[in-house]
Write a protein that binds this ligand. Structure first.
Ligand code: BTN
Length: 318
């Protein structure tokens, strides 16, 4: 454990003030080193009171991601989960991919407060500023083949919507296939990545990456008109735990895909005019439904019905 983590543990275990000298003596470092770690913890979002001649006391751990708190909310699902929290990382998906290659167990959950190279589908950047969002990836090693894996993204979208609805009381929407909208703005995205055995089609592992804007206000110009946030008062720990347990509720029932009805309920696509691409040719059509595997059923302008299973669509008017 780093000095900062040790100090955090000490503060959490002490309801009263603890002096800088006592901490310095215990960890065999200077008081200056303690002061530096305290400042880093403050930057991380912890509210710490510092009083001359008394020392330090933790006042609030509001919206600071804590594996203990997440496990508490996870209940029965906390037993085999293995959580790692990073202050800043390139991408939780990239990190988890390299950990999976090195044999990380199923149910490893990587969470970051900031990503320097967060990305979405088609290699696009996912804006992941420090503290104002939450970015996490879960490792699953399902015993089924890649065709069932396509349901994982739809299942995750449902999990996120249910959690947001229960925490905010407002109904979010899913823009096929992996974008979550709230008050007509995109507030979350999902990037599901899989490693499969080419011969058998069986899955080595799946990584579900989720990025949610919680209180981000200033977005880069290119996404400023369509990106939004959930709201300041959302507890990150509750939100993460709720999403993970919703995912598990559905994951353990696969290949039962009954949740597709809930996906349909949250979908903002039905009846919308869209453009979509097949083999790099752009088509126009109207969405008529979602099939039982999460595919988008579209009545094209020339009268054919097509079911899209991947790719990206653009809604012509919301
Ligand atoms: C999208 O909008 O196309 C998907 C965005 C997915 C972003 C999440 S944030 C956590 C995980 N790490 C990444 O680099 N991407 C996913």
């Amino acid at each position: 454990m780093s000095l900062k983590d040790n100090i955090l543990e000490e503060l959490k275990n002490n309801r009263d003030f603890i002096s800088g000298q006592a901490l310095a003596d215990k960890y065999n470092v200077s008081r200056g080193a303690i002061w530096k770690s305290i400042n880093t913890l403050k930057k991380d979002g912890y509210v710490i009171d510092s009083v001359t001649n008394k020392g330090y006391k933790i006042l609030s751990q509001d919206n600071v991601i804590s594996s203990d708190e997440i496990k508490l909310y996870l209940g029965e699902y906390s037993n085999n989960i293995n959580i790692r929290i990073f202050d800043s990382i390139d991408s939780t998906n990239t990190k988890l991919k390299s950990m999976a290659t090195e044999g990380a167990p199923e149910h490893t959950l990587i969470i970051a407060n900031h990503q320097t190279n967060g990305h979405g589908r088609f290699g696009r950047n996912f804006y992941s500023p420090s503290q104002t969002g939450t970015y996490f990836s879960l490792l699953l090693k399902p015993d089924f083949n890649i065709t069932s894996a396509t349901l994982i993204t739809s299942m995750t979208a449902v999990a996120i919507c249910k959690s947001i609805e229960s925490l905010t009381g407002k109904t979010p929407g899913i823009k096929w296939i992996n974008d979550i909208y709230f008050d007509n703005k995109k507030i979350a995205g999902i990037l599901t990545e899989a490693s499969t055995d080419f011969e058998t089609g069986m899955i080595h592992y799946i990584i579900i990456g989720i990025g949610i804007n919680i209180s981000t206000k200033d977005f880069p110009d290119e996404i400023a008109d369509k990106a939004g946030s959930l709201g300041e008062n959302i507890s990150k720990n509750k939100l993460i735990a709720s999403i993970i347990s919703n995912i598990y509720d559905m994951y353990y029932r696969l290949p039962d895909s009954g949740f597709i009805n809930t996906y349909r309920h949250y979908s903002i696509m039905i009846g919308k005019s869209i453009t979509y691409k097949i083999k790099n040719v752009t088509h126009t059509g109207t969405v008529t439904g979602i099939d039982d595997f999460g595919g988008l059923i579209v009545l094209s302008k020339n009268g054919d019905t097509v079911t899209l299973t991947s790719g990206e669509v653009t809604i012509l008017s919301f």
